[in-house]
Each structure stands twice: as structure tokens, then as C-alpha cells.
Design a protein around this ligand. Structure first.
Ligand SMILES: [Zn+2]
Length: 293
């Protein structure tokens, strides 16, 4: 019962944080303050009444349009709120379960685990939306994201006694994670360099390298590689769909120059990796015979 109530509470909290994130996502690109003025329509500056500002419900009630000028508000608002609420609820459910069923597990352990997941998914949704809308992965999100991920990942691994499991000293384990972060960023830099040698123009941004480092910090190098693989498959799929739409191919070769937001696909891969990464990697290793347990 506590587990269900806790999860519902966290889901509502996720909706509220998602709503605030939407304000940030609209105002950051224009360099506006996220505190002042109060929530308003981006088109007619109509200030929202409290009931026009309820996460998800208001968007549905207003059918995604401003009450005053009928401007389309966009899909991003309900999507961000729903995604954050769902991911936070899953995180709460996963961390509350073991904490409530065992007496040996301290409460702060479950709390640290949940808070870590909350920050991770909040960052991923913020970066996915910014890259999709503006091809922009700000350093002031990715760089603190790398540091926080490194702290939370090591903290959780040490509480799980992971270094002991793999027969490493604490220092060796922490150092190995740092090398993993550098290797993840290095992979993107290598691809960026090869792309430049062949095409003589920028294909992959430096922001993507920092995002990849951030993924490795939160889910480890194998998890980050899994996210990268998923991102490439997803990106190729979206590119094929865009190619198949006739109107895009009709006007010269503009579609070929259109940049796809690799960062958004990396974030989606990161979510999958965060939710099911460990199980997917273990299954793969077992299937390929690399890991005999
Ligand atoms: Zn309006």
C-alpha cells in the first residue's frame, strides 16, 4: 500500500516538475527569466489563470490551444509532463520495492537511488526536448550532469558492493568509471573526426560528446554504448521515414542537409538503458557466450 501511494505521489510530483520544465524549455532558448513574469501565452502574452496552468489537465481541457488567441500550444507540453511523471513513477516503484520488503536495506539507500533516477530522467527529457526543438545541448546541463552522474553511480555501486563483486579495489573501480566516461566521449569525438575527414563539414556536435559522457557517468560505459546503438538505429529509422515522404524529397536536396537531433535519440536510448540496460546487456552477453555464469 505504501508502495502504491508513494508511486502515485511521485507521479503527481513528476507532472508538476514536468510543467515547470516546460516553462524552462520555452524560456531558456530566448534567454528569458524562468521566474518572472507569470506563465503566459507565448503568442498573445495572455496571463494564465490557475486553472489554465494545471499540468496535463489544462492542455486536454483547452485542446492544446490558448484560451485567448487560439494559438496551438504544441505537443511538447503534455509529452514532457507525461514522460517525466511516468519515468519518476517507475523509479519510485523500483526503489520503494526492495526498501520496503527487506529490513537490512537502509532507507537512505532507496532514497539516494530514487533521487539519482529523478535527476537523470529530468536531465534526459530536458536535453531531448532542447535538441529536438533547437539542436542545442547546453553545457550548463551536460557538464553538471556528468559530475552528478559520476557521484550517484559510484555511490550506488559502492552501496551495492559492486567493486567487491568484480574483485576490484574501491579506488580502481572509481577510476575505471572515470575512464569509461572519457572513452564514451572519445567515441563520439572519433566519429566526429572521421565524418569531417569524409564530408568536410560538421556532422556530430561537441554537445553530443558531452551527452555521451553524461550517459556513461549515469549508466556506465556498457549502458552508454547500448544507448548509442539504439540512437543510431532510431536515427536511421527516422531518416528513412523522412526520405519516404515525397514532399521533402521534392524540393532539391534540402532534406539531405537537414540535421537530425542525434542528442534526442541518445536521450531516448539513455532512458531505455536506464530502465532495462542491465538486463539487456546481461542477456546479450549470455546469448553471445561471452559471459559464462
Ligand atoms: Zn494566446
Amino acid at each position: 500500500m505504501i508502495r502504491i501511494l508513494g508511486t502515485i505521489f511521485v507521479a503527481l510530483l513528476g507532472l508538476a516538475f514536468g510543467s515547470f520544465l516546460n516553462v524552462c524549455l520555452s524560456r531558456w532558448p530566448d534567454g528569458e527569466s524562468i521566474v518572472q513574469p507569470r506563465s503566459h501565452c507565448r503568442n498573445c502574452t495572455h496571463t494564465l489563470a490557475w486553472w489554465e496552468n494545471v499540468p496535463l489537465v489544462s492542455w486536454l481541457a483547452l485542446r492544446g490551444r490558448c484560451r485567448n488567441c487560439r494559438t496551438w500550444i504544441g505537443w511538447r507540453y503534455p509529452l514532457v509532463e507525461l514522460a517525466l511523471a511516468a519515468l519518476w513513477a517507475v523509479s519510485a516503484w523500483q526503489s520503494l520495492g526492495p526498501a520496503l520488503s527487506s529490513d537490512s536495506l537502509p532507507v537512505y539507500y532507496a532514497l539516494a537511488r530514487a533521487v539519482g533516477s529523478f535527476i537523470f530522467y529530468w536531465l534526459l527529457i530536458a536535453l531531448a526536448a532542447l535538441d529536438a526543438e533547437h539542436l542545442w545541448l547546453p553545457d550548463w546541463l551536460t557538464l553538471p550532469g556528468i559530475l552528478l552522474g559520476y557521484i550517484f553511480f559510484n555511490l550506488q555501486s559502492l552501496l551495492d558492493e559492486r567493486p567487491l563483486e568484480v574483485g576490484m579495489s574501491t579506488f580502481g573501480y572509481v577510476a575505471m568509471n572515470l575512464i569509461g566516461i572519457l572513452a564514451a566521449a572519445g567515441l563520439i569525438l572519433l566519429i566526429r573526426w572521421v565524418y569531417w575527414l569524409i564530408r568536410r563539414r560538421e556532422g556530430v556536435g561537441l554537445g553530443d560528446a558531452k551527452l555521451m559522457a553524461m550517459l556513461a557517468a549515469w549508466v556506465g560505459l556498457p549502458g552508454a554504448l547500448l544507448a548509442f546503438g539504439l540512437a543510431v538505429v532510431l536515427g536511421a529509422g527516422v531518416a528513412l521515414v523522412l526520405l519516404a515522404i515525397p514532399s521533402r524529397t521534392a524540393n532539391s536536396n534540402s532534406w539531405a542537409l537537414k540535421k537530425l537531433p542525434l542528442g534526442t535519440f541518445l536521450c531516448v536510448g539513455g532512458v531505455v538503458s536506464g530502465l532495462w540496460g542491465e538486463r539487456m546487456i546481461a542477456a546479450y552477453l549470455q546469448w553471445s557466450g561471452l559471459w559464462l555464469d
